[in-house]
Design a protein around this ligand. Sequence first.
Ligand code: BGC
Length: 775
Amino acid sequence: MKRILSTTTIATSAILATLVGGSVVAATTVSQSSDEQALAPARTPASRSIEQKVDVLLAKMTTKEKLEQVQLLSDGQINDAEAKNGVGGVFSLTDPAQINHYQHVAVDDSRLHIPILFAYDTIHGYRTIFPVPLGTASSFDPDVAKSDATIGARESATVGLKQIYSPMVDVSHEPRWGRIVEGAGEDPYLGSVMGAARVKGAQGDSYSDRDKVVSSVKHYVAYGQPEGGRDYNTTDMSEARLRNMYLPPFKAAIDAGADTVMCSFNSLNGVPGCANKYTETQILKKQWGFDGFVESDYTAVSETRACPPRTPDEGPCGHGTAADGPQAGANALMAGTDSEMVSTNIRDYGQQLLQQHRITMSRLDDAVRRILRVKYRAGLFAHPYVNQAKATDPASFLTADDRKAARKAAGESMVLLKNSSSTLPLDKSKKTAVIGPLGDSKHDMLGPWWGRGQDSDAVSLYDGIKAVDPSATYTPGCTMSHAEPPEAATADDCSTTTGFADAVAAAQSADQIVLALGETREMSAEAEARSTIDLPGKQQELLDAVKQAVPDKPIAVVLFNGRPLTLSKVDETAPAILEAWFPGVEAGNAVADVVFGDVNPSGKLPVTFPRTLGQVPIYYNHEPTGRPCDATQKYNSRYRDLNSCDPLYEFGYGLSYTTFSVSDFSIDQSRIGPDGKVHATMTVTNTGSRAGTDVAQLYLHDPVASISQPVRRLRGFERVTLDPGQSRTIHFTVDRTDFGFYDNRGKFVVEPGTIELYAGDSSKASLRQTFTVTR
Ligand code: BGC
């Protein structure tokens, strides 16, 4: 099924422009003639032949068969009876023989022969594990996200999967939250570009292609801002914030063709994500014209029940917006949830709810219709089975080309945070000591969603360094556990200094030191909130000990982690810091590429790094206050115990082994009407002595508006690769979709007045131009 990208939405316009590539790219290319168009359905009309087939099939279905179709079971729940009854979907089953088996039962033995949709969490790779999505976002390169999704889709489809629970597009300002690692960070524009690129990679032009899968965009919506950073926790926000900050990446992913959406665990303004008629039906289906289906997150429907549950057999309880299972099922279905994952309320109580008129047949039909539509679009009726020979052939996975793509992605994802006295790159001819608890870990390199990746696939940092410097040594200094709760709270994560003497001795007998510090992969992703975001355990002391012993030797700290950390002390101690995130299967090689200078780092932070945890939430796109922060004065928005208003490293920040300047910022209009466009240009010059890549960034601010507007909003970016001395002029276009915003009634407004644009290569961009929007 082909989709035409919308030309009517903010996010899509960004993606259109950023995905077309080329050296001179307009960042926004939209035209929009009325406020209403910002909300208009952007999708192509449904295919008539598919709709007819769905109608025919739906007309034959009994109520029981419809209720089976809206059920989504896990690998542990599926059995022959479920398949024969006509279950709609199954997730986490990846054995091709079993997938074929259940598919045969469904297609051969069920009354209507409807195939099962098999799904999986291919988040940053199936077998070829790419950097975590927060890392990929640091590349500011949608092609990196796209290649991750393309390879992940091919490997997933090879074993018989036809849906992936990705992209995760939750904007987040919460580094304590473990799941910040799964998304693109704190910016809705960057998140939109990356989310859409992932959908394009996974689905291609048609997800019926045998190497493609349908994307499920998650977690709908506002899951990224849980109070206290604790997973699953409450979110409460204004309509304007929801629309301007959290919804755009979902809209972008859907405009890019994503045909499934996963509703979230959290409540938003008191309403659980999978029982929220406003977000699921009103916004997603009606305003955006989404005609695919919404599946619930894992037991999220049951979790809307009050505790203790009156019907304990359907999974957990909690939110208290439903008294019992029947009410939970009714609320979810009538809100717009089309498919229930793991818990079985809609299926089990559907007949009774219909009789009691608590759900309608038309709504049930609509849910089933959506699921069948996606199955037809996926080509499942034509090709329900997987080619087992191919699926079990090792040559189908983790090919040399796949590894190459993963290595390139990892290299582009790393962010050079500090490099005093050109400590990096290190000298290939000198002796390197690799030190630190993560220095020879394969396991952690894969990050928190490793799919079917295996630890043995991964290249550890030490392996990668040794491939360049065979004389390299490895000394852990301390170790990290891979404990899960409850042991995690008291686990031995670099808790003793007994190995420090060996680490110091190794540093003394080497010429240069790579210190591998950070978090284990268990510390990130679902249910892995942290109450501090310092380096765990005594890792800072390990760095201090090494630095004290060899103060004049080059020391590069390489960080593996899934969230922003508080690095003030590391920044004071280490001459060089490279943020490598969890780089994936080619981790060690990719880090070696960067630390020895074969790859010049080009990543930029997709999320703010605070100085201390107390600054959280701290993000570049915040609203102004009546008393902006001034660390030297009293009555303003500051901390009395911090002499700075800034984070340690800002959004969009990242160094290179060369230097760049951004200059000659100009715009072609000083006054435009509300439908006008402004073309902006800036010149990026490589002012250093090595070839390198910078990311030109364009920010916007509306200084006078009916609703206080963020001090900066990213509205365009472009990677620019330049030889020493070379310059290039980059072009951007802004229009109403950029300077307009949603108000608190959910209306997209463009207000007259001055608009400021800023150009540079981080969110501190200082070149400024202004234009006026007239009535
Ligand atoms: C997660 C989802 C995931 C689902 C299925 C849930 O716990 O929140 O992101 O897709 O499980 O594995």
